[in-house]
Design a protein around this ligand. Structure first.
Ligand code: ZN
Length: 385
């Protein structure tokens, strides 16, 4: 907090902290528990809640009585308060959702797209069909790296440097966009399996594998916002050419593309998800080819995780997408190959490998989080209060 902070600044600072605490909580806070979390007195908390209620940012409702003691209240989103929209754009489809303070998410619409940047007009039209005056920000998750925050690459769709500034601008709400794997990780550290942990990694496995290193809750973005392409490191010794232009990427061995290729089909371009699911199903009924394919995928996953743990020393690693199925079907194999690739002195304390708990909509929930990060700033609150 800067030395020159005035009492008005301090009040906005604490209002922002209070809204953030309400947003981050896994269940509605009482006024007293919010005061304890923020380290402020009950009277101060009461004044802050009063300000925020008057500004239409927070609503206080009676809690259900629970035995003896003073009746208490819960802090919930104000019915007139700001909401965020979140969109998850995958290689073959999109989802648009409305998210309230606190993270409650309601899917508004889903659609398919034509695999060209015309899909941004589809998203804009869908936002227009649902937006109200309460819409304060839109967060978008998309399945490719975004250099410098606006130059998008999606190799599966043949998109090379699509400039988002040409597609998102006039007529859009304030919009923030980031990579889907990074946002899935953000959702896990804010609301899922990695909650409260310091140095962690998250990997989202779909057609291939992408991930993020999170330090103190922040996904690392690198100098040009394109960090985290762990799937494009030669961790497993493949001799194939990757669509990214590098030979031997980890992604050639982990994910739906690898399963599809194993069965002689041409992977890439965001197709083959059904076949990959079919391979997983057949592996559970004892099909030898499918079983071998899933074994190879899981072993390659564990091997890469071990190599990355040597470099980055995470306390835990969570997985989403196909990673959840791979943990369910092959946890032992993943842990064994991870351990085998850890330096010997690390093997007594390997990173925990956890299924993500946020679910398939991790990128969508992460997109909602960056939208709320844009809403819950002191500057935007000052305008409203
Ligand atoms: Zn690659």
């Amino acid at each position: 907090m800067p030395q020159s902070m005035t009492s008005a600044d301090l009040r906005v600072h604490n209002q922002a902290r209070l809204l953030r605490a309400v947003h981050n909580a896994d269940q509605p806070l009482t006024r007293a528990s919010a005061a304890r979390l923020l380290g402020i007195g009950r009277n101060t908390a009461g004044a802050l809640v009063g300000d925020l209620e008057a500004a239409g940012l927070l609503h206080e409702v009676p809690a259900e009585a629970s035995g003896r003691g003073r009746p208490t209240t819960l802090l919930v989103p104000h019915p007139e308060g700001p909401v965020a929209f979140a969109a998850d754009i995958r290689e073959d489809s999109w989802t648009l959702a409305r998210v309230a303070l606190g993270g409650e998410l309601q899917v508004l619409e889903t659609g398919e797209h034509d695999r060209t940047p015309a899909l941004f007009a589809d998203i804009k039209a869908a936002v227009g069909r649902h937006e109200t005056e309460h819409l304060a920000a839109l967060g978008i998750a998309i399945s490719g790296p975004i250099r410098d925050g606006h130059r998008l690459h999606i190799s599966h769709l043949g998109w090379d440097e699509v400039d988002l500034d040409d597609h998102i601008g006039d007529g859009w709400p304030p919009t923030v966009i980031d990579n889907d794997a990074r946002l899935a990780g953000l959702a896990e550290v804010r609301r899922g399996a990695l909650r409260g942990m310091g140095t962690v990694m998250h990997f989202h496995i779909d057609f291939d594998i992408g991930g993020t290193l999170l330090l103190g809750g922040d996904p690392q973005r690198g100098a040009h916002h394109i960090a985290g392409e762990f799937g494009h490191m030669p961790l497993t010794g493949s001799t194939l050419e990757c669509m990214c232009g590098v030979k031997g990427c980890w992604s050639l061995d982990v994910g739906a593309n690898a399963l599809v290729r194993r069965f002689g089909k041409e992977p890439g371009y965001g197709t083959g998800r059904d076949l990959a699911q079919e391979v997983l199903r057949r592996s559970e009924t004892g099909d030898a080819e499918a079983t071998a394919a899933v074994d190879e995928n899981a072993a390659a996953l564990g091997k890469g995780l071990g190599a990355l743990a040597n470099a980055l020393d995470p306390e835990a690693i969570s997985l989403s997408g196909l990673g959840i199925e791979l943990i369910r079907l092959r946890r032992d194999l993943i842990e064994r190959t991870c351990a085998a690739n850890l330096m010997a002195f690390r093997r007594t304390a390997p990173p925990r490998i956890l299924p993500g708990t946020v679910g398939d909509d991790g990128p969508l929930r992460g997109a909602a989080e960056i939208a709320f990060d844009a809403i819950l700033t002191e500057d935007r609150l000052r305008d409203r209060l």
